[in-house]
Design a binder for this molecule. Structure first.
Ligand code: TMP
Length: 224
């Protein structure tokens, strides 16, 4: 693990409340700890261009392997520009999405060899993995309805981006993938039921994160 910071990610299927919960958590932590809040591609100029290509709903011809490698390429840039500097600087890095999303979406969802996805991502990240991952779990039927009601990240209300437009069975495989990797790594990945009211989910996320930071010896005064 690079440096002496702490790396926390928030993951989950579409519509699980990831962005809302990450923002609420950031607001809760930012006066107490030296937090860097980001999401892949982390605002890197190169990553944003790759993301636009990945989410463009007109890119219907994109092969699964191309998709996986583009996510990994964006991630390599994110690690070099954002993750490693933040961890070396002793920050709490809070990110929406990371390697687990590729395992779930490209591995389980698209059906690529999960070991291949892992190996490519290990190379792309130089082995830097989160210390703690909050997995917001939701039934994909409920999550997709939620996700499609909100304005799409690419500004297309009611349609969703290229990945959101995938079938319900694709999203069911993604969810099963997330739950499978959470089962494999119960210490790192904590599953939180994202179908409940926002405030209830937030309280549980805060309890988990503060418990984790406390166990690692982080006190609120560390931000001074
Ligand atoms: P978002 O939900 O974080 O905005 O991510 C955009 C879409 O990209 C979402 O449908 C999940 C998908 N995705 C992957 O398929 N693989 C990945 O590695 C990442 C980071 C996201």
């Amino acid at each position: 693990m690079a440096g002496r910071g702490i790396f926390i990610t928030i993951e989950g299927p579409e519509g699980a409340g990831k962005t809302t919960q990450a923002r609420l958590l950031h607001e809760h932590l930012r006066d107490r700890f030296p937090v860097v809040y980001t999401r892949e591609p982390g605002g890197t100029a190169i990553g944003e261009r790759i993301r636009a290509m990945l989410l463009d709903a007109s890119n219907t011809a994109m092969a699964p392997l191309t998709e996986m490698l583009l996510f990994a390429a964006s991630r390599a840039q994110f690690v070099a520009e954002v993750v490693e500097p933040a961890l070396q600087d002793g920050r709490v890095l809070l990110s929406e999405r990371y390697v687990d999303a590729s395992i779930a979406y490209q591995g389980f969802g698209r059906g690529l060899d999960v070991e291949l996805v892992r190996r490519v991502n290990e190379g792309a990240t130089r082995g830097v993995m989160p210390d703690l991952t909050i997995l917001l779990d939701i039934d994909p039927a409920v999550g997709l309805r939620r996700a499609r009601q909100t304005t799409g990240k690419e500004g297309r209300p009611g349609h969703g981006d290229r990945l959101e437009q995938e079938s319900l069975s694709f999203h069911a495989r993604v969810r099963a993938g997330f739950l499978a990797i959470a089962h494999e790594e119960p210490d790192r990945i904590r599953v939180v039921d994202g179908s409940r009211a926002q405030g209830v989910v937030h309280d549980e996320v805060v309890r988990l994160v503060e418990g984790f930071l406390g166990a690692r010896g982080w006190r609120a005064s560390d931000s001074s």
